[in-house]
Design a protein around this ligand. Sequence first.
Ligand code: PGA
Length: 273
Amino acid sequence: MEQQTAKPTEREKGVEKKSTLQRTPLLAGNWKMYKTVSESEALAKELKQLVAGVSGREILICPPSINLTKVSEIIMGTNICLGAQNLHWANEGAFTGELSGPMIKAAGCKYVIIGHSERRQYFGETDKIVNDKMNAALKAGLFPIVCVGETLEEREANNHFKVVERQIRDGVSNLVKEDYLKLVIAYEPVWAIGTGKTASPAQAQEMHAFIRKILSQIYNEPLAQKTRILYGGSVKPDNIDSLMSQPDIDGGLVGGASLKAADFSRIVAYQAA
Ligand code: PGA
């Protein structure tokens, strides 16, 4: 009988395709504080047409909260899902101007963005607040997208890994398995947001692999392999293909380019090498 020699698996060779890793790519549009209700309606309608034939990836839009209900009606039953950009950590209460997880869920959202660098920078959100908000989101039945990322100063001082490790350890530890599986991480280097300066695919991949390593230390390797890690920061139609070709980049969190249906639909239709 012919002797079979054990060949290294694709995984061991480091060339396993993302599609075999059970991580459905997620392309998320963060509309930030842009678009009135009628403008949101028009953008959602246009996008709905352009992405109608797309499958094998999850498409998400996060309009301003005041427009969630309207947009929810427009995308109901399509391949686009809805998310909010922020939530409060309490279920309800005397918190003027805030929105709770149950309210966001009831408006038709599946996801909520938490700890975006703009929230950290302008609204004083700490890792503790991020952690509280993540727990509130999970309690309300929402999938949290927790944002991490270093500033230019921190990268130049070579502290980027330390900063991101702290944001991950303090922000997303102590989850039970069922909740952990709902977590999405978005790596968004602050110096790349809205600046037109994207991290190179290699720079992004390096940090994504590092984040996955930290997650495997906090949880375990098989769970960390299931977690989607999105890249954000000047994602555009002309750089999405090379970003998505990296083994640990599982999607994008897109700001400016998500405000134009043609650009965002091209991003959604990325082709990874
Ligand atoms: P940008 O924003 O794509 O405009 O750089 C990304 C984000 O802040 O999520």
